[in-house]
Design a protein around this ligand. Structure first.
Ligand code: SF4
Length: 232
C-alpha cells in the first residue's frame, strides 16, 4: 500500500473520552524508515550517499522544556558516541533571533543536525541521542526531540476537539517541502528506485511504541486490532 487513502477512522479513548481521527491506511501500510538503507533524504535532490535521512535540517523543538532537556543531554553525551561533541560547546540548539516566537531547533553543523553522527564515525552513525538512549537501556522516545521520534506520524488538532493522527505530509516540512525530491511517507517512490512502503509488517506494529506514546495504551490497542482485522 502506498499513498492510496480512504477516510480516517475515529476512535474514542474509553478512559478519558478523547476522540481520535486516525489515518488507518498509513498505519496498515508496510511503511518503514529507510534511514541507512537507501533513504533519499529530504533535500531537493536524491542524496542517499549522505545518509542524512530527515536530519538535514535542525529538529523543531516542542517547547522550552524540551529545549532545556535537549541542551542538558547534549552536555551529558559521551564524546565517543557524539561526533560533534566539540562543536556542542557552542550550544546544541538555536533559539529564534531576538527572543522571537519561532521554535527553537537543534543546531545544524556541516549540513545536518548536530546530533547526527555521519557515516564512518567510530562511535556509530545515526542520531547520537538515539544511540545513547539505547546504550542506557532506555527508550529513544525519552531522549529525542518529539518530532524526531514521532515522524512519520503527526498529531494535529482537528475540528470539534477531535485530534487527528495522520502520516507526515510534504507540507509539514514547511517551505522546503515543495522542492524535496522525495517525501517518504507520501510517495511510493518506485520511480526513484526506492520506496518506504516495502516493510515486512504493518506500520501499526513496527511503530507500536510510538503509537502508544502518541495516543495512549487504550487507543493504540484499538488501532492495532482494527488494522489486524482489516476491512476499513
Ligand atoms: S523517516 Fe523517511 S526521510 Fe526520515 S530517515 Fe526515515 S525514510 Fe528517510
Amino acid at each position: 500500500m502506498g499513498d492510496e487513502r480512504s477516510s480516517p477512522v475515529e476512535f474514542v479513548d474509553p478512559v478519558d473520552g478523547a476522540r481520535w481521527r486516525v489515518d488507518l491506511d498509513f498505519l496498515a501500510s508496510r511503511w518503514r524508515c529507510r534511514w541507512g538503507d537507501g533513504c533519499l533524504g529530504i533535500l531537493d535532490r536524491p542524496a542517499p550517499e549522505l545518509e542524512q535521512g530527515c536530519c538535514s535540517v535542525g529538529a523543531e523543538l516542542l517547547d522550552e522544556d524540551e529545549a532545556r532537556m535537549v541542551e542538558a543531554l547534549g552536555l551529558a553525551l559521551d564524546p565517543a558516541r557524539f561526533q560533534f561533541h566539540a562543536e556542542a560547546a557552542d550550544g546544541v540548539i538555536r533559539r529564534a533571533a531576538g527572543g522571537g516566537d519561532g521554535p527553537a531547533t537543534t543546531r545544524v553543523v556541516d549540513g545536518a543536525c548536530i546530533f547526527l553522527n555521519r557515516p564512518g564515525f567510530a562511535g556509530g552513525a545515526g542520531c547520537a541521542l538515539h544511540l545513547a538512549a539505547v546504550d542506557e537501556g532506555e527508550s529513544p522516545i525519552d531522549w529525542k526531540p518529539s518530532v524526531c521520534w514521532q515522524l512519520p506520524l503527526k498529531v494535529v488538532d482537528g475540528d470539534g476537539g477531535v485530534r487527528e493522527l495522520r502520516r507526515w505530509r510534504r507540507e509539514d516540512w514547511g517551505s522546503g517541502g515543495a522542492t524535496m525530491a522525495w517525501c517518504c511517507t507520501e510517495e511510493p517512490g518506485e520511480g526513484a528506485g526506492v520506496t518506504a512502503f516495502d516493510g515486512v509488517a504493518p506500520a501499526a506494529e513496527t511503530l507500536a511504541d510510538e503509537l502508544r506514546a502518541l495516543v495512549g495504551p487504550e487507543v493504540a490497542v484499538a488501532i492495532r486490532t482494527r488494522v489486524a482485522e482489516g476491512g476499513f
